[in-house]
Design a protein around this ligand. Structure first.
Ligand code: SAM
Length: 218
């Protein structure tokens, strides 16, 4: 077993996230694909493989169990739709598509090469539930059950720009570093923050949380 696989399996253990060998293989192939494309297209600033594992893969994987728990509680299963806004190299969207084959994941980015990378990842990793969209999120009007983002924009901008893509009962799932008190305070009254969930990323000594939000009914 190579070093990357060892680190990934240890991280999954720490996260208590049981994945099949096939899914673990897809995650490792995804990491290789990012590294390959980054040499040419500069997809991400993170180039060191072990940093890629902690800062990208495990950081995104830490959101999978909270997402699954939310969908379960909301009674959403097979075919629920998730939009990853400003997904860049596909974080966390591609990781979610690998871990949750029942979720239809769309990754949107304004940069054409990043959307092209997602389309290539869907083919190379054999992920029929993954779509890459080249667009500004503001222009998307399909309805999604969950709209997520990581390292994208402030909470007020994220919710305002993507509001047109939120299903009537949909929720926003914003992955953040430390508790974003200023951004929370700047949200309009129409956005209801129903949970701020702390995350622990294996191998990463940093604060992480998910801010869960929905539209307040009028
Ligand atoms: C800092 S990167 C984060 C990438 C990835 N989510 C991650 O965590 O590594 C932000 C991405 O948002 C994209 N972006 C910026 N404005 C956008 C918009 N209005 N709609 C869609 N994507 C946008 C940028 O092209 C960039 O790829």
């Amino acid at each position: 077993m190579g070093g990357a696989e060892k680190d990934l399996r240890a991280g999954l253990n720490a996260l208590q996230l049981p994945l099949s060998d096939q899914q673990i293989g897809q995650l490792l192939d995804y990491q290789d694909l990012i590294a390959k494309w980054t040499r040419v297209y500069n997809l991400t600033a993170v180039r060191d493989p072990s940093e890629m594992m902690t800062h990208h893969l495990l950081d995104s994987l830490a959101a999978v169990a909270p997402l699954a728990a939310y969908l379960d509680k909301a009674g959403l299963g097979q075919g629920s739709r998730l939009l990853d806004v400003g997904s860049g190299a596909g974080l966390p969207g591609v990781v979610i598509a690998i871990c949750c084959p029942a979720i239809a994941v769309s990754c949107v980015d304004t940069v054409a090469k990043k959307a092209a990378f997602i389309k290539q990842a869907a083919l190379a990793l054999k992920l029929p539930n993954l779509t890459g969209l080249h667009a500004r999120v503001e222009s998307i009007d399909q309805a999604f059950d969950v709209i997520c983002s990581r390292a994208f924009a402030s909470l007020p901008d994220f919710t305002q720009w993507s509001a047109g893509a939120l299903a009537p009962q949909g929720v926003w799932m914003a992955m953040k570093g430390k508790h974003p008190a200023d951004e929370l305070a700047a949200l309009p009254a129409s956005v209801d923050v129903f949970h701020v969930e702390q995350l622990q990323v294996p191998g990463l000594d940093a604060e992480r949380c998910i801010v869960w939000m929905r539209q307040k009914s009028a």
